[in-house]
Design a protein around this ligand. Structure first.
Ligand code: ADP
Ligand code: GN1
Ligand code: MG
Length: 369
């Protein structure tokens, strides 16, 4: 059955009123299948909703995941209202299925969910202006701040060891040894680059274990296209993609935004001469993020922000290469070497950060008092 027919089958399980108008694939996420579905409703005009087929190969317990999302969005909604904000635009609103569940299953057993479409806002794959990047930092910082008293122990771990870079290093080594697709011989430079940097893979796990960095409720997937920027005010209006909200390290949330947004090129740029970590963008994001966190971070956390940036970039590059070696079963790809291309941009960023390491630490030091 083609995807449009699947969407039509699923729509009947939700209580959408009105006449189905259009269905189109939407966004550039690497994990779920996202559709923008529009309905024509009398007196209301066109009403858009987001419909997503959840990736249950990756999120093996979608029911627990949706429980997390309902609880987190309810918590955020309450705070947004208390702060005089608009909960309809500032957090996700889950649309329940007719049976009252926050998801439905199709005839193949796949899980689907629906959200109100947030109108007048856009998720970007590249930074358009410094101001917008600053605003995205402010919004991710605020998100951290809003969830700082969320009862962390009630959250399900939706992906085990998601940012356990040390564990991911072991998975990478196994992928190299197994070399299922016989690709390792052609990517030796990338493999050696990663293998020579085991210290990067271990550092945050050690800092967490020795109590230097506390576990907090974090987003864990803070790239720029997981925040919607208001088309008029250019503020970061809504943090989306809440699938990985779990206990984690705040420096990872910071770092994931840097690897994606402070890069001078797209995540899948083929011309590596265009790929750099821009120190001005790094500073702007640092400023916005720390302002948004409103003094909640410890000095050790602030000082470790550059480490978060390097580790998340390294981890992401290693994950892309692992997936390439394993036959591209995790991230969606548009062409056969897509994951390799993505890996190369991340490794280029890591070596650029190594060159700019002192500068990154000096920038962060400006914000330690
Ligand atoms: P993935 O896990 O595959 O990245 P996301 O939940 O991030 O999936 O959704 C993919 C894209 O769909 C987002 O980057 C964003 O552009 C868009 N999107 C998701 N939810 C909404 C929403 N409620 N309103 C508007 N756009 C949305
Ligand atoms: C995935 O779902 P999406 O596209 O926002 C991935 C992130 C990676 C990112 C790389 C659940 O994010 O961890 O950093 O791709 N999400 C998951 O672009 O694995
Ligand atoms: Mg996403």
């Amino acid at each position: 059955m083609n995807n449009h027919l699947k969407v039509k089958e699923v729509i009947n399980q939700f209580d959408f009123s009105g006449e189905l108008f259009t269905i189109e694939p939407f966004g550039s996420g690497h994990i779920n299948d996202t559709y923008l579905v529009k309905f024509k409703i009398k007196h209301m005009g066109i009403v858009p909703v987001i419909l997503q087929r959840m990736n249950t190969k990756i999120f093996i317990n979608p029911e627990q995941l949706m429980e997390n999302i309902l609880n987190v969005t309810a918590f955020l909604r309450k705070k947004i209202i208390e702060n005089g904000g608009d909960p309809e635009r500032e957090t996700l609103t889950v649309i329940l299925a007719k049976d009252g569940k926050p998801y439905c299953k199709d005839s193949d057993g796949d899980y689907w969910r629906a959200y109100h479409f947030i109108v007048g806002a856009t998720g970007y794959d590249e930074v358009r202006t410094e101001e917008e990047f600053y605003q995205s930092g402010l919004a991710f910082g605020k998100f951290q701040n809003l969830l700082s008293d969320y009862p962390a122990s009630t959250l399900h771990e939706t992906i085990a060891d998601f940012h356990n870079t040390k564990a991911r290093f072991e998975v990478f080594k196994t992928a190299v040894e197994e070399d299922k697709m016989h690709r390792a011989k052609d990517v030796q430079d990338e493999i050696q680059f990663i293998l020579q940097r085991e210290d990067i893979a271990n550092i945050l796990t050690e800092m967490q274990e020795n109590g230097e960095l506390p576990l907090r409720v974090t987003h864990n997937d803070t790239k720029l296209n997981n925040i919607l920027i208001d088309d008029k005010t250019h503020e970061g209006i809504c943090i989306i993609d809440l699938d990985t909200v779990m206990p984690g390290l705040v420096v990872n949330d910071f770092g994931d935004s840097i690897r994606f947004g402070a890069s001078t090129a797209l995540e899948d740029e083929k011309d590596l001469s265009k790929v750099e970590c821009d120190m001005h963008l790094f500073e702007i994001y640092t400023k916005g993020f720390l302002e948004g966190c409103q003094g909640k971070l410890t000095l050790s956390e602030i000082k470790a922000l550059p480490i978060g940036a390097k580790v998340m970039t390294f981890e992401c590059g290693m994950r892309f290469l692992t997936d390439y070696l394993q036959g591209d079963t995790y991230f969606k790809i548009q062409y056969p070497t897509h994951n390799l291309v993505r890996c190369r941009t991340q490794l280029k960023l890591v070596s650029d950060m190594e060159k700019k390491w002192d500068q990154m630490n000096e920038i962060v030091a400006k914000y330690t008092n």
